[in-house]
Design a binder for this molecule. Structure first.
Ligand SMILES: *[C@@H]1O[C@H](CO)[C@@H](O)[C@H](O)[C@H]1NC(C)=O
Ligand SMILES: *[C@@H]1O[C@H](CO)[C@@H](O)[C@H](O)[C@H]1NC(C)=O
Ligand SMILES: *[C@@H]1O[C@H](CO)[C@@H](O)[C@H](O)[C@H]1NC(C)=O
Length: 775
């Protein structure tokens, strides 16, 4: 850094007396349905089109008004027109008092200056408060670093208005001021501008400070220097604003005064320079590229690095095993992820990116590298709003595969669904046209490293909490520091593929509310990672998933991949009681299957003289779960098997022992009660077998789990009287209203308690039937 010119002391003293401004409070704020992040990004987009892309000179109204529309007015202009119309509507619903007054001022000024049609005097009067808000109420340093286009708004007003003269006290330096803009980028600017900073005319001081800031100067302890910082120098920026505030306050015309050229143009230059310096600074970040697979592409990945300023690290591993799912690849992605995350925790910068290259990549071309460089750049450009970005995919058979999916992870199940029309649209205008939004994207994808690293942290937390809560992992629930490696060791298995890693990232992202953006230009040459994914024990245990469909159903859903987490019904039942979640999918499936099989056996033996009568809480299925399912917080089936002829239980069962065994069941005889169970004892049900009885008295028919069952009227009335089943209770005798005790668990029951306020908005019901076994 070189010290170039000393500045007068008085100049710097002047700034300590300016009043402090209310801090900006717009990030992540939503008020009356207005999302200020979206407004900010949309304003920048529209102003960029209007000011920098010349839409203003092409007459914004051409597309709307004239029938013989100018062919030069592109589709882009038509869309811009629509975006501006959206602003017009938005202005009408802005909250009167907002946490983010800056957003309100910018919007109102933009829309009114383009559309109000007021004569200028009336306009300045009507919008004076908003203008004051920008000049006096907004801290320009914060506005600029927060990405708000204050200066573009001010420039637009000045450009359209074009009428303000420099005030008397500035006339003497008029030609010097006019020369400032041309000197940005010329070392001479320092000599030229420094004397202007001492002028009595505040506009001249403001303009000179703005020009110096735009030229990349820094005011450092009374000296001007060339410097490198994330944006323009905050000291000069503060001086620009303080002098502009003075200028506006000194003149009868109020804020109108600052619209005398060249200040507005210099402010615009300042804005452009800020973006440029910011981008340059962002580029000096770090990119981590992670790949494991069969392709020998280490050099190709290094080439991507060539387009990147700053650090670029390739974590490469090639495996040569003939099988597609190589466990060492899972470990490679996992441990490289840990390294990235550890580095990020020391010095995370918003500009770091992590590029994962899919293990299912089947070839590499020149386009591949270029597309990924472009993807990195584009994500970088929108780093604030896009934390995860991917590409459309083309598979080995050269078939275009649209990768955007909805990820549904609920009630012990996982499913990837196709969106009805491919994807969601981004709420951010600049991202609405060339990006698609969803829960997931291609396997090859770029994460903002901070986000990626937060997912890694989430994963470790999830492993501790979720795995340790399962039967067989009790040892891990005792707190001690060595749990992470111990759990890691317990989860590792031969049957892991790198593709499962991408599924895990999808799940972590979904839980964190992360949106995946897909850039519509370019393509990743990869097979779908979901088609090679498996519901491994690790995946199942870490995310409490027992049934998974990794591919969207074409027609009927088919059989899911399964991995069961509870060895006995009783363990699944007590998990439900403790945590307030629906009963394990597998347990319900075993019960369901057993009732179908054993019930079918009983009815099939003598269809005319045998019936099945559900009793106790199993009667409630009539009201709750339709003909084929069980209500999902019940881990139990109670029924009577009744015959119209005499039955000797012991000998009957002995006679059929082999048949039952072939079906996968056995039994324990307890007096007149029979406990049927699967051979592995994964499910049990209590059945009372009796005869002779008057089976014709059970004259009301229904179906349970697809099996014919019978009731009689008084029995139903008695059950309703006893259970009062309109209110939903779980936990057997302890009778608790449905209420989830494990916040955020995928299998949470609906809330019928709502902290004592009673039934919630969901009406104490699941949103749809996805909770059931066969959907
Ligand atoms: C503007 O914001 C910056 C950064 O937060 C702060 O240092 C400065 O004091 C603020 N200026 C005023 C006048 O409030
Ligand atoms: C795979 O690589 C290992 C070492 O990296 C080597 O020993 C082995 O022979 C290779 N196998 C095949 C099938 O190429
Ligand atoms: C490519 O995609 C199509 C359609 O999704 C699929 O039928 C085909 O099997 C895929 N090919 C490979 C090699 O995965």
């Amino acid at each position: 850094m070189i010290a170039v010119l000393a500045l007068p002391k008085v100049f710097f003293l002047a700034f300590h007396v300016t009043a402090g401004l209310r801090p900006l409070d717009c990030d992540g704020v939503e008020e009356d349905g207005v999302r200020w992040d979206v407004v900010r990004s949309d304003l920048c987009h529209a102003l960029g089109e209007v000011i920098h892309n010349g839409a203003l000179s092409r007459d914004l109204h051409a597309a709307k008004d004239s029938k013989g529309r100018d062919p030069a007015v592109s589709y882009g202009d038509v869309q811009l027109q629509r975006h501006l119309e959206r602003f017009q509507k938005l202005v009408l619903v802005l909250p009167e008092r907002s946490r983010c007054p800056l957003g309100r001022h910018c919007l109102r000024i933009l829309v009114s200056v383009l559309y109000s049609g007021l004569p200028w005097d009336a306009w300045f009067q009507r919008y004076e408060e908003d203008l004051w808000g920008l000049v006096h109420g907004t801290n320009w340093t914060e506005a600029l670093s927060g990405g708000w286009p204050v200066f573009e708004v001010l420039f637009l007003v000045a450009d359209l208005y074009g009428g303000e003269q420099l005030p008397e006290d500035c006339r003497s330096v008029e030609s010097k001021l006019r020369a400032l803009e041309k000197l940005i980028g010329d070392p001479e600017i320092m000599k030229h501008a420094a004397p202007l900073l001492r002028q009595t005319c505040p506009l001249a001081r403001s303009a000179a400070a703005a020009a110096l800031a735009a030229a990349g100067m820094r005011a450092n302890g009374g000296r001007l220097q060339i410097g490198m910082s994330p944006g323009v120098d905050v000291g000069l920026l503060a001086q620009t604003q303080a002098a502009a505030r003075l200028a506006a306050g000194r003149h009868s015309g109020g804020p109108k005064a600052i619209f005398a050229q060249p200040l507005p143009s210099l402010l615009l230059r300042l804005d452009t320079a800020h973006k440029k310096f910011h981008r340059a600074w962002m580029r000096r970040g770090r990119v981590d590229i992670i790949y494991c697979g069969q392709l020998d592409i280490e050099e190709k990945l290094q080439e991507i690095c060539k387009g990147i300023e700053g650090e670029c690290i390739v974590h490469f591993f090639q495996h040569n095993s003939s099988q597609r799912r190589a466990p060492e690849c899972f470990q490679h992605y996992r441990s490289a992820g840990r390294m990235v995350s550890a580095a990020a925790s020391v010095s995370a910068s918003a500009s770091w990116s992590t590029l994962l290259v899919s293990p299912s990549t089947w070839t590499w071309t020149e386009d591949s590298g270029r597309d990924l460089q472009k993807l990195l750049q584009e994500r970088h450009k929108f780093a604030r709003d896009v934390a995860l970005a991917g590409l459309p995919t083309i598979n080995r058979s050269k078939i275009f595969n649209w990768p955007v999916r909805r990820v549904i992870h609920k009630y012990w199940k996982l499913a990837y669904h196709e969106y009805a029309t491919g994807h969601e649209t981004s709420p951010f205008l600049p991202l609405a046209q060339f990006w698609a939004v969803g829960d997931t994207t291609s396997g090859t994808r770029v994460y903002g490293t901070r986000t990626f690293s937060s997912l890694m942290t989430r994963l470790e937390k999830q492993e501790l909490e979720y795995v340790a809560a399962l039967p067989g992992f009790e040892a891990f629930s005792r707190g001690d520091g060595a749990r992470v490696p111990a759990i890691e060791a317990a989860l590792a298995s031969e049957n892991e593929g790198a593709e499962d890693w991408f599924v895990m990232l999808d799940l972590l992202g979904k839980d964190a509310g992360l949106r995946a953006y897909t850039y519509l230009n370019g393509a990743s040459l990869e097979d779908s990672y979901q088609s090679a994914a498996r519901l491994s024990p690790r995946l199942s245990q870490t995310f409490h998933i027992e049934a998974a469909h990794f591919l969207p159903a074409k027609g009927s859903p088919g059989r899911p991949q399964e991995h069961c987490l509870f060895p006995y019904t009783s363990l699944a039942g007590s998990f439900t009681q403790t945590h307030g979640v629906v009963v394990s999918w597998c347990t319900r499936k075993f019960l369901h299957q057993m009732f179908r099989d054993v019930g079918g056996w009983w009815l099939g033996m003598d269809p005319l003289r045998h019936i099945i009568v559900p009793v106790s809480a199993s009667v409630l299925n009539l009201y709750r779960s339709g003909e084929t399912e069980l209500f999902p917080w019940d881990a139990d089936i109670d029924a009577n098997f009744i015959a119209s002829h005499p039955v000797v239980i012991g000998s009957l069962l002995e006679e059929h022992e082999e048949t039952l065994k072939r079906m996968g069941y056995t039994y324990i005889l307890r007096g007149d009660r029979v406990v049927f169970r699967t051979l592995e004892d994964t499910a049990r049900m209590d059945i009372w077998i009796s005869g002779p009885q008057d089976v014709r008295a059970f004259d009301i028919r229904a179906r349970l789990c697809g099996v014919r069952v019978n009731f009689f009227r008084d029995q139903l009335m008695g059950s309703v009287w006893y259970y009062r089943p309109g209110e939903k209770i779980y936990g057997n005798t302890r009778g608790k209203l449905l209420h989830c005790q494990w916040k955020g668990h995928n299998a949470c029951l609906p809330d019928c308690v709502r902290n004592g306020l009673g039934v919630g908005k969901d009406g104490c019901e699941f949103p749809d039937r996805f909770v059931h076994l066969f959907t």
